[in-house]
Design a protein around this ligand. Structure first.
Ligand SMILES: Nc1ncnc2c1ncn2[C@@H]1O[C@H](COP(=O)(O)OP(=O)(O)OP(=O)(O)O)[C@@H](O)[C@H]1O
Length: 595
């Protein structure tokens, strides 16, 4: 998770993260402005209550002025109605933009994930990626839903109330300062410490996510080896560590809250003393003093909530650093801005001096040049780990070559749109992902608009129709996650049926039938030969019996092509291919069929 690692706060400019977070609010600025105005109105009305109390205490009660008393009551009731209505409208506006912003953010993160190349998914465990969605995205959404609106509202209320207090008595307003200073003497220590723990907590959540994902994914191995208890202990230990940090984090939050209350009550007492002195020296009326104290508690409450919100928001921002970095990642394999569009793809593939190495790994493919003509059947063979799968992944731009170029119908792959590339180059892998949907929908995944007849025909070609119709629900059978209601061979046949529906111009088979028995494999092979007569077919083969009729076979060793030719030519050469074929013959008794 190198490029998404969460650095310590100081390394990352908080401002740039915050402005990125706030950038999601830009489309809703008019809503936010309206919320701000309603916030001002609400604060203004709230200030009327202490003001009315001041008038009642200083003027109405001493003069026993009943009509004025009822007049004030009437105004207070009217103020309360406006207050309630404004709060309802403000809440509605808040909800409206917050929900939209949350949706926009989720979409942006999904879009960014979709743009990432294959390397990203290889480098980042699924648990890590899931944690981006579960934890970091959630933190970010809380900033928009909770912290930003609260900070906005509390700031407005604080400024308006404090300005009002200054106009009433600037001397008494100054007493407010020692309380704040007292808070700042120790408060930031707790804030810093809780931020550190929050960051640790975020890392632990990621790690816990990974462990949980690992545990669920390895359920077959755990059972087969009887190691469920070992797995449980690993999970519990991870959980325990997270819980310890969680407890520390909330302890610090509590200490900070307690200290804040000390600061509020300390300056409250100070204010009583100064207020009493000012009143006894005729500098302040009783009504003003009562109104002032009411405002003081409100302003102090707003201010401390504001400080808490700002601090907690900072902590949450720390937890979104990984997401911020993820959103700034440039995809390893980028789509051209102005792609070239091929009206028709013949399936001519050229590799020109192609070399490739995985990031931070030795070079895997070295200076490969070859041409595969439209409709040609070509196989790559060689012992394990010599670069066959890597080479065919380069053909679909899972990775870009480190050096050299690959062209489809004379156009470099880098200049084609992803949609065109995916449409014309189709893969069948050894491992197939089947969705938790019906078999019909899983086959239709190859071409969503395919008719029922086309789906059945594709299944028949892939020798899948028979086993599907024997299932109680036939094509309507809902597959479990990863299609785990089917055998390995059945899954492969579904995946071949998908490809038959799709009919790409270039078909790539990476040990696509390795899980089939010999007879079924021969049947599927015949179907593919028949259905893909005019398409370019490229196969990675471990079993050689059916690549006998292939137009060209390339033998890869240490990332280089060391031999090429037809099956017969290579056998006559009695080189590397011959030796591989001999080994394969011993293994499979020359009956197996392989692509
Ligand atoms: N994602 C990856 N990151 C780093 N190295 C990789 C990655 N995938 C493969 N390799 C390495 O690249 C080399 C070639 O692997 P590749 O899978 O292309 O071989 P192969 O000939 O297809 O092997 P097999 O027949 O076993 O499938 C191996 O040394 C392998 O360890």
């Amino acid at each position: 998770m190198k490029e998404m690692q969460s650095p310590v706060g100081s390394e990352v400019a908080f401002r740039s993260i915050y402005s990125w977070v706030l950038s999601f609010l830009r489309p809703y600025r008019f809503h936010i402005f309206a919320c701000l105005m309603f916030g001002l109105l609400i604060s203004g009305i709230q200030l009327l209550i202490p003001k009315f109390i001041q008038i009642i205490v200083d003027d109405v009660l001493p003069a026993n002025d009943i009509p004025r008393f009822f007049n004030l009551l009437w105004w207070m009731a009217a103020g309360a109605v406006i207050l309630i209505l404004s709060t309802i409208v403000k809440k509605w506006l808040d909800q409206h933009y917050q929900n939209h912003v949350s949706g926009d953010m989720q979409l942006a993160v999904f879009e960014q994930l979709r743009l990432q190349g294959y390397v990203f998914f290889e480098r980042h465990p699924i648990g890590d990626i899931l944690s981006l969605f579960h934890h970091e995205l959630d933190s970010l959404q809380r900033i928009h839903k909770q912290y930003f609106p609260n900070i906005l509202q509390n700031s407005v209320t604080f400024i308006v109330t404090f300005a009002f207090m200054l106009t009433m008595s600037w001397q008494l307003s100054l007493v407010f300062i020692p309380g704040i200073m007292l808070y700042y003497l120790i408060g930031p220590y707790f804030e810093r410490k809780s931020a550190e723990y929050a960051e640790q907590l975020s890392k632990r959540h990621t790690s816990l996510n990974k462990r949980q994902y690992d545990s669920i994914s390895s359920v077959t191995e755990l059972r087969a080896y009887g190691r469920e208890h070992w797995d449980l202990e690993r999970l519990l230990s991870e959980d325990q560590q997270t819980a310890t940090i969680n407890v520390m984090y909330f302890k610090l939050i509590n200490y900070r809250g307690a200290f804040r209350r000390v600061a509020v009550y300390f300056s409250g007492i100070l204010m009583f003393l100064v207020g009493y002195w000012m009143n006894s020296h005729s500098m302040l009326t009783v009504g003003e003093f009562v109104a002032f104290m009411m405002m003081y508690y409100k302003v102090m409450f707003d201010l401390t909530i504001l400080i808490t919100n700002i601090t907690e928001q900072k902590v949450l921002l720390l937890q979104t650093v990984r997401l911020f970095r993820f959103m700034s990642l440039k995809p390893d394999v980028a789509e051209p801005i102005l792609p070239i569009s091929l009206p028709y793809v013949h399936g001519l593939l050229e590799l020109r001096n192609v070399s490739f190495g995985y990031p931070d790994s030795p070079i895997v493919l070295k200076d490969i040049s070859l041409t595969i003509r439209p409709g040609e059947k070509v196989a790559f063979v060689g012992t394990s780990g010599h670069g066959k799968s890597t080479l065919i992944k380069l053909l679909g731009r899972f990775y870009d070559p480190t050096e050299g170029d690959i062209l489809l119908d004379g156009v470099p792959l880098r200049q084609l749109s992803f949609s065109q590339l995916r449409e014309h180059i189709g893969y069948v892998f050894q491992e197939t992902y089947l969705f938790g949907a019906s078999i019909r929908d899983n086959i239709r995944f190859g071409r969503p608009d395919a008719s029922e007849e086309a789906v059945i025909h594709a299944a028949q070609s892939a020798a899948a129709h028979e086993f599907i119709t024997q299932l109680p629900q036939g094509y309507d059978t809902i597959l479990g996650e990863r299609g785990n209601k089917l055998s390995g061979g059945q899954k492969q046949r579904i995946s071949i049926a998908r490809m038959v529906l799709r009919k790409p111009s270039v078909l790539i088979l990476d040990e696509a039938t390795s899980a089939l028995d010999n007879l079924t494999e021969a049947e599927v092979k015949r179907s593919i030969d028949r259905l893909f007569t005019h398409q370019t077919t490229i196969a990675v083969a471990h079993r050689f019996s059916t690549i006998r009729n292939y137009d060209n076979i390339y033998v890869l060793e240490h990332g280089r092509i060391i031999e090429s030719g037809t099956y017969d030519e290579l056998m006559v050469q009695a080189g590397a291919f011959y030796r591989l074929a001999q080994e394969e013959e011993i293994l499979h008794d020359n009956v197996a069929v392989d692509f």
